[in-house]
Design a protein around this ligand. Structure first.
Ligand SMILES: C[S@@+](CC[C@H](N)C(=O)[O-])C[C@H]1O[C@@H](n2cnc3c(N)ncnc32)[C@H](O)[C@@H]1O
Length: 289
């Protein structure tokens, strides 16, 4: 939804912009084209490899670019350390990048075999394997239900606990097979992989994603300059609900106006070219005071 984001941000040369989820740097690069000359881009990613990749991609890009490896929930401290008091635009393109899904070592993919890790930053927090092998069955079921909206969470948690009694579950393939055996038949009618919701749940839990989104987006709203715009792309209903509520409350307080009443969804051609975009929703708000 690159074009929709750029239209939503409504940037002009000289603007100061935050890309809170730099990823592969595609949006950052397009933003730079809009704000040059004289613009300033602050690009954040909590994955150190992503931050390094974007740094290399944007080197020599003309306008001033700073790439920071941090969680966007610390955006206030990041901007303060750079001496920036406000931004004219902020973008959050949530979730995982294709680089991360394709890198089996990160453990996000239920299709590629790799260590059961799932941390954006492998230096912080605990890997998914620790959760799966040590949490109590009820805790696992709650995580899978709450963050995966998986209706078969109890059956899946029971299967995980049964399997780990025999041997430690240490790879993505181990887990995907256990989940598929437990719930596969119930997924026959759907296009979704039986392990998709369980993997989503563990990833959200391991990275404390929902609290990060809540903190980061609220802070970004408070850091927007007058008429500055914020665009948030979410990929599942849990994230979208958080954004919807934050924007609704901020609009009731008179802090922002909603640029679109309903979230924008990708054009049909984009959905065909990039199936992952199917569940994307873009919400845009503009600071009014
Ligand atoms: C969908 S990708 C962004 C793709 C990017 N817009 C591009 O053009 O390539 C999401 C990125 O956000 C990062 N991310 C997720 N949660 C984050 C957080 N709380 N703080 C900072 N970065 C985060 C991920 O590491 C990932 O690289």
């Amino acid at each position: 939804m690159l074009k929709e984001c750029l239209d939503g941000l409504s940037l002009v040369p000289g603007d100061v912009v935050l890309d809170a989820t730099a990823g592969g740097g595609g949006h950052s690069e397009a933003i730079l084209e809009k704000i040059s000359p004289g613009g300033h881009l602050i690009a954040i990613d909590r994955d150190p490899e992503a931050a390094q990749r974007v740094k290399e991609r944007l080197e020599g890009a003309g306008s001033e670019v700073v790439v920071v490896n941090d969680n966007f929930r610390n955006v206030d401290a990041v901007l303060e350390s750079l001496g920036i008091e406000g931004v004219d635009g902020a973008l959050f393109d949530l979730g995982v990048s294709s680089f991360q899904v394709d890198d089996a070592q990160k453990g996000f993919s239920f299709i590629r075999e790799g260590p059961l890790d799932m941390r954006f930053d492998p230096g912080k927090g605990i890997p998914a394997a620790d959760v799966v092998n040590t949490f109590r069955q009820e805790e696992l079921a709650d995580i899978i239900f709450e963050y995966g909206e998986e209706r078969h969470s109890r059956r899946i948690a029971a299967a995980i606990c049964d399997a780990r009694r025999r041997t430690r579950i240490s790879t993505t393939k181990d887990l995907a097979e256990i989940v598929a055996r437990a719930a596969g038949a119930r997924y026959k009618r759907y296009r979704l992989h039986p392990a998709a919701r369980t993997f989503q749940a563990l990833r959200i839990f391991v990275n404390d994603e929902l609290d990060s989104v809540e903190d980061g987006v609220k802070k970004a709203l408070s850091l927007l300059n007058h008429s500055g715009r914020i665009c948030v792309i979410s990929f599942h209903s849990l994230e979208d609900r958080i954004i919807k509520n934050i924007f609704r409350d901020a609009s009731k307080e008179g802090l922002v106006k909603l640029v679109n009443k309903k979230p924008l969804v990708p054009a049909e051609e984009e959905m065909v070219l990039n199936p992952r975009s199917r569940s994307a929703k873009l919400r845009v708000a503009e600071r009014t005071i």
